[in-house]
Design a protein around this ligand. Structure first.
Ligand SMILES: Nc1nc2c(ncn2[C@@H]2O[C@H](COP(=O)(O)OP(=O)(O)OP(=O)(O)O)[C@@H](O)[C@H]2O)c(=O)[nH]1
Ligand SMILES: [Mg+2]
Length: 372
């Protein structure tokens, strides 16, 4: 669409949206022929409308609240903060489970099977996704594949694909707040899928109680290709696809992982991380996994580790918000936007050292305070 004066960028545009973000909203017209036609508008809802909607588990309003949380508009942000404040007393009553694994390990299939099992046993399940790919490619790895068709038909399930914009930091805030509103709506099991790439596992670990690493049995050398760092933060290793011809291989992989785990520090104080088998396709091992999560919750609540971790996570959350705030303030500062492209060119042309360029930019930014 032409970028003329009759159109404008929507206020929900992604952070750092560049030229490739081509969506434009056409300004409303006052008249069609001689008749006045009011532009169609969604009813403006109040903070109470949203908060009551969430607390009554009105799925439409819950989804709209999450849209507010995910929006990059300042007005939406403020509104969402007020809603959060209202529902805060009703949050926290859930077990938050993070699930990671390489693409194709079966995370979505596992979540669907576990979700359906939990619903059959009277739970309410919310499924969220944290997708790190948006940082680099502005695309989405998990994207459409997070469909989970059977689970999504269940009235006791709520599935929200990942917010596909902005930095991982931005996604973190949004995901954490989304967890809270889902809890306020009565979801007692929160499942968060993330793909095993880069920084995302650490991010998800910092918002969950239990962290699960899904693996598949490879051909031969089982320990190759898994990042030790990810194993170190997992509370359980689940070797998926233990079915059909693959069953034996999965059994062997379990033994190898069990061995390797002996040498690692536990991810959670007082809890021993072990390897298990399952088949997300047939459901084998799913009830056992849920039992494991329950015994984890009981053990860590009894020892206080559960509550301690949540407190620590709240503090970490504050720090990550501060960092996010500083970063976005910096990159949105007029002087920085003006000077950054040139400095980048100068670095590439070896005319200036990155150190000096960073120093110049920081000086420009902080001058706004010192010159006050
Ligand atoms: N045989 C078998 N196949 C499975 C099992 N779990 C998942 N699959 C298959 O593996 C493929 C990938 O499954 P997904 O659930 O999409 O995997 P994922 O980890 O969510 O993948 P990404 O979202 O792309 O990272 C699909 O074709 C599934 O049908 C299992 O337990 N056994
Ligand atoms: Mg998936």
């Amino acid at each position: 669409m032409k970028n003329d004066k009759n159109t404008y960028k929507p206020d929900w545009q992604p952070e750092n949206a560049g030229k490739e973000f081509a969506v434009r909203v056409v300004k409303g017209t006052d008249s069609v022929g001689s008749k006045y036609v009011a532009p169609a508008k969604k009813k403006q809802l109040s903070v109470d409308d949203y908060a009551e909607g969430v607390l009554n588990n009105d799925r439409t309003l819950l989804a709209r609240t999450i849209t507010l949380i995910e929006s990059n508009s300042q007005a939406h942000h403020q509104l969402s903060q007020e809603v959060l404040k209202k529902v805060l007393p009703k949050t926290g009553n859930s077990i938050r489970i993070g699930i990671t694994g390489v693409p194709g390990a079966g995370k979505s299939t596992f979540i669907e099977t576990l979700g359906l099992y939990l619903i059959k046993h009277g739970h309410k399940v919310a499924v969220l996704a944290v997708d790190p790919s948006s940082t680099v490619t502005k695309g989405s790895i998990l994207g459409d594949k997070t469909r989970m068709e059977n689970l999504s038909k269940e009235p006791s399930a709520f599935i929200r694909p990942s917010p596909s914009s902005g930095t991982l930091g931005g996604v973190t805030r949004k995901s954490r707040e989304t967890i809270l509103v889902c809890e306020a709506a009565g979801y007692d099991v929160i499942l968060i899928e993330t793909v095993g790439v880069g920084q995302s596992e650490v991010t998800v670990r910092s918002m969950v109680d239990f962290f699960l690493l899904l693996q598949i049995a490879g051909a031969g050398d089982e320990l190759q290709g898994i990042k030790k760092g990810v194993i170190e933060i997992a509370d359980a290793l689940l070797i998926n696809k233990a079915d059909g011809d693959n069953e034996k291989k999965a059994e062997m992989a379990k033994a190898e992982y069990s061995n390797a785990l002996h040498y690692l520090q536990p991810a959670t104080k007082g809890w021993t991380t072990q390897a298990y088998n399952c088949s997300a396709l047939t459901g084998k091992g799913i009830p056992e996994l849920w039992e494991l999560v329950q015994s984890f919750a009981k053990a860590t609540k009894d020892s206080g580790v559960f509550q301690e971790r949540r407190k620590r996570q709240s503090i970490e959350w504050m720090f990550s918000l501060i960092e996010d705030g500083l970063k976005s303030n910096f990159y949105n500062h007029e002087k920085i936007k003006e000077n950054l492209p040139n400095l980048k060119k100068e670095i590439l042309g070896e005319k200036i050292l990155p150190t000096k360029a960073a120093e110049n930019l920081l000086e420009l930014f902080f001058n706004k305070y010192t010159s006050l």
